[in-house]
Design a binder for this molecule. Structure first.
Ligand SMILES: NC(=O)c1ccc[n+]([C@@H]2O[C@H](COP(=O)([O-])OP(=O)(O)OC[C@H]3O[C@@H](n4cnc5c(N)ncnc54)[C@H](OP(=O)(O)O)[C@@H]3O)[C@@H](O)[C@H]2O)c1
Length: 295
């Protein structure tokens, strides 16, 4: 239970409200996670998933300015479109070009991206993100070049301080993403690459941020890839969490490579959003517990 820490924004009587804006929104796991967090923190709050079609996004965002509203999570298709309607952005949201968390700061809307630090924290939990850990050094490979991949590249370059190879079906999008980081102040460097161009024996972390296989299990972002080519101790992190073991995770495990699904990232991005809204640092296990009951 809560050790007494509560938000300065809470009061005995007011109901704190937060939302998910997405389209579709019906099957979201976020309400379960945030309701469990409100309960753990001893806050009177509610979290509601709302289907918001793109044309209704500006009006829905405007409603977040009301007193008692903490903010909202944004999911497909709003993460990029929302930027134009917010008052301030975090450095991460600006660099990634996507907002997954909106915070109502006394009527001003602050846009943040907790996907990137959520992925970082999930990797830390797995022992894969320690800086200066020689066993995990080496470039990171990110599969995909959409919104989730932009967050993963930010995690690799800025939070893990590694070089990153971006592999995407449409290579031009990978090149565009890599070019964004050229001449920046990141520790590492980003390159677009085909599978044949990557020094696999040095790679200890692959992050799948592509949606290949979601609708057609026969599709893969790693055609003909042999996971045994990776460096010893490598981790394959799949952002996908439904099914809990993806085809790529099965392939990795069959080759003796550790593989994890995206539930840890999902839980941590929610934990960080809840922290930004309420000031309550709820343990990630509370969010994972809510997910375990539903996945
Ligand atoms: N665990 C979490 O907390 C978390 C958070 C965010 C996202 N995710 C997951 O991450 C995934 C990507 O999300 P997103 O928002 O980045 O989607 P997105 O913007 O639509 O990007 C999809 C990416 O997948 C690639 N792709 C799609 N079909 C493919 C195929 N058949 N073969 C090869 N590549 C293919 C696309 O390549 P092209 O550029 O060639 O189209 C693109 O790079 C989704 O599964 C999502 O659920 C998980």
């Amino acid at each position: 239970m809560n050790d007494g820490q509560t938000s300065s924004r809470s009061s005995a009587s007011s109901l704190l409200r937060a939302f998910l804006y997405a389209d579709p929104a019906a099957h979201s796991l976020s309400p379960a996670m945030h309701r469990a967090a409100f309960a753990w923190a001893g806050l009177r709050g509610d979290y509601e998933a709302r289907r918001v079609p793109p044309a209704e996004l500006p009006a829905a965002l405007a409603q977040l300015r009301e007193p008692g509203v903490l903010g909202a999570n944004l999911s497909l298709p709003h993460k990029e479109a929302a930027l134009a309607y917010l008052d301030d952005l975090s450095a991460a949201a600006r660099a990634i070009g996507a907002v997954n968390t909106v915070v109502n700061r006394e009527g001003r809307l602050f846009g943040d991206n907790t996907d990137a630090p959520g992925l970082f924290d999930a990797l830390l939990d797995l022992g894969a993100g320690r800086t200066g850990d020689r066993e995990m050094e080496g470039p990171v490979v990110v599969l995909g070049a959409g919104g989730a991949a932009r967050a993963a590249v930010y995690t690799a370059l800025i939070l893990l301080e590694r070089d990153v190879f971006i592999v995407n079906r449409t290579r031009a999008r990978a090149e565009e993403l890599a070019a964004f980081w050229q001449n920046g102040d990141a520790e590492g460097q980003a390159w677009a690459a085909d599978l044949s161009e990557i020094p696999w024996s040095k790679v200890r972390l692959i992050v799948n941020a592509s949606s290949a296989g979601l609708s057609n299990p026969a599709e893969t972002p790693l055609p003909g890839f042999d996971f045994a080519a990776l460096a010893p101790g490598a981790l394959f992190y799949d952002m996908v969490y439904k099914p809990r073991e993806t085809r790529l995770m099965r392939d990795a495990r069959a080759a003796g490579v550790r593989a994890e699904n995206g539930l840890g990232m999902l839980a941590h991005q929610a934990r960080l959003a809840f922290l930004a809204w309420t000031g309550a640092d709820v343990p990630v296990g509370v969010f994972l517990g809510a997910l375990e009951e539903r996945c």
